[in-house]
Design a protein around this ligand. Structure first.
Ligand SMILES: NC(=O)c1ccc[n+]([C@@H]2O[C@H](COP(=O)([O-])OP(=O)(O)OC[C@H]3O[C@@H](n4cnc5c(N)ncnc54)[C@H](O)[C@@H]3O)[C@@H](O)[C@H]2O)c1
Length: 256
């Protein structure tokens, strides 16, 4: 049997694009999401249970995560790629951020990544070119007003990625992170509606002068999961059109 991947939060958005791409690459894909119906729908669209499986997952629950790995073991007997993509974001002034919201965002975005990685270890260490791919963010690099918990979690993702890469490298497990920039998805566009993101400002600050597409993130995940990346571990691979490296402060009227 060929390689097997789990994509958390795979029912929609970037996770769904990554699941589709890994499926096209020839991996068997497990779409795992708190939205069980969405996970099942995508799995069915990808093919039969032999090649794709949709499962319910709550990444903040140890039991749910362990159940996922047990189901993967029962269905395929192996796991080679874990994509920790499930994430949530709420935009709130930091002075109004409740402790419950802070804990929830840290737990889904960062705790979920820890839980899934920990539970996947035994299967991954027996896998072929085993790899964990974590979803970071612009918030892994820049301070993002109104997104204190999210940016803190996505910055913590770097420490988690480096630490697991260092600790599990001797087992052959590679651990990397992708930091998407502003990607044209519902999650990102909700910021336009809420008045906390301005599309033109983003384009002005992005050297490539456009938003990214979900497929451009899936391409990066495909690379990191592949044997082309067999000596790549512990990195944050930015796919952000340059938004986090832009140092162009010339008057706008003098630019191209
Ligand atoms: N869209 C962007 O521009 C962008 C940019 C940078 C980083 N990211 C990151 O990429 C990832 C995916 O983003 P997206 O835009 O596709 O988001 P999205 O909201 O469209 O999808 C997130 C998925 O995660 C699932 N999910 C949420 N909480 C869960 C939980 N507790 N357990 C299991 N599943 C859960 C949701 O049901 C959903 O299917 C996130 O980690 C996000 O932080 C997105």
């Amino acid at each position: 049997m060929g390689r097997v991947a789990v994509v958390t939060g795979g029912a929609q958005g970037l996770g769904a694009s990554i699941a589709r791409r890994l499926n096209r690459d020839g991996l068997r894909v497990v779409v795992a999401d708190v939205n069980a119906a969405g996970a099942t729908d995508l799995a069915q669209a990808l093919g039969s249970e032999d090649v794709a499986l949709g499962l319910e997952l709550e990444v903040t629950s140890d039991a749910s995560v362990q159940g996922l790995m047990a189901a993967v073991h029962a269905a395929y007997g192996r796991l080679d790629v874990l994509v920790n993509n499930a994430g949530i974001l709420k935009r709130t002034p930091s002075t109004e951020l409740s402790t419950d919201q802070w804990m929830r965002e840290l737990d889904v975005n960062l705790g979920g990544t820890m839980r899934c990685s920990r539970a996947a270890f035994d299967l991954l260490r027996a896998g072929e070119n085993p790899s964990i791919i974590n979803l970071g963010s612009v918030g892994s690099t820049l301070g993002m007003p109104l997104r204190l918990a999210y940016s803190t979690a996505k910055s913590g993702m770097l420490g988690l990625t480096r630490t697991l890469a260092a600790e599990w490298g001797s087992f052959g497990i590679r651990v990397n992170a992708i930091a998407p920039g502003y990607i044209d998805t519902d999650l990102m566009r909700s910021g336009f509606g809420e008045g906390v993101l301005d599309e033109q400002e983003i384009l002005n600050r992005t050297p490539l002068r456009r938003l990214g597409s979900p497929d451009e993130i899936a391409n990066v995940a495909s690379f990191l999961a592949s044997s082309d990346a067999s000596f790549v571990t512990g990195i944050l691979l930015k796919a952000d059109g340059g938004v986090t490296i832009d140092g162009d402060f010339r008057p706008r009227s003098t630019r191209d």
